[in-house]
Design a protein around this ligand. Structure first.
Ligand SMILES: Cc1cc2nc3c(=O)[nH]c(=O)nc-3n(C[C@H](O)[C@H](O)[C@H](O)COP(=O)(O)O)c2cc1C
Length: 183
């Protein structure tokens, strides 16, 4: 079967950020696994306000990392090992805040530290209000990350959560998987 060949056996570290589209990351995990990838999920603190870690644990079949300061997790697979484990890091949804923090090389939470510590390619799947996306600060941050080798999938244009419309929707999970398979 051709579908999924590109991701079969790949170790994907999915970093979920605190945006309304975090619920779509659950479907993304399922589709990535269907495509044959191993998926390990790390969440920002704010992502956990939108979706519970248990959802991702059940879907990924692996413990979910939610904090840098987790004694048990650090004793098992520490954040540096996790950063080394990944063949690719996917940040979905990538919030304006996390994009800015990655562009500036911050490492003050689990997701930013993993992204700084990895040498694996990073793919961002932005999702935010269209004004946040079009803001020159966000555009400059994305351009900087692209220059450093990050790939960007989306965002799509269409209706947004606040009843507005424009570029800012998270790309559909199936489209994200197809784009990752093509990489
Ligand atoms: C209801 C709600 C929805 C939000 N949706 C988004 C979003 O889609 N994209 C985004 O960039 N920020 C969104 N935010 C703002 C982020 O949650 C905020 O910037 C936060 O600091 C992001 O943290 P993180 O990047 O560490 O996950 C939303 C906030 C709230 C309260």
């Amino acid at each position: 079967m051709a579908a999924g060949r590109g991701l079969r056996g790949q170790r994907l570290l999915l970093c979920v950020c605190g945006g309304i589209a975090a619920y779509k990351a659950a479907e993304l995990v399922r589709r990535l696994r269907d495509a044959g990838a191993q998926v390990q999920v790390a969440m920002t603190g704010n992502a956990q306000r939108f979706v519970g870690a248990q959802t991702f644990q059940a879907l990924s079949g692996l413990p979910v990392r939610t904090s840098l300061w987790d004694d048990a997790a650090e004793a098992a697979m520490g954040h540096i090992e996790l950063a080394r484990w990944a063949d690719r890091v996917v940040v979905a949804p990538a919030t304006a805040n996390t994009i800015a923090r990655l562009a500036h090389g911050l490492a003050d939470d689990l997701v930013s530290t993993l992204c700084l510590a990895t040498t694996a390619p990073i793919t961002l799947c932005p999702a935010m209000n269209h004004r946040m996306w079009l803001h020159p600060a966000t555009q400059a941050n994305v351009a900087l990350l692209r220059e450093r080798g990050a790939t960007v999938i989306g965002p799509d244009e269409g209706p947004l959560a606040e009843g507005e419309s424009g570029p800012g929707r998270l790309s559909e999970p199936a489209a994200i998987v197809a784009a990752l398979e093509a990489m």
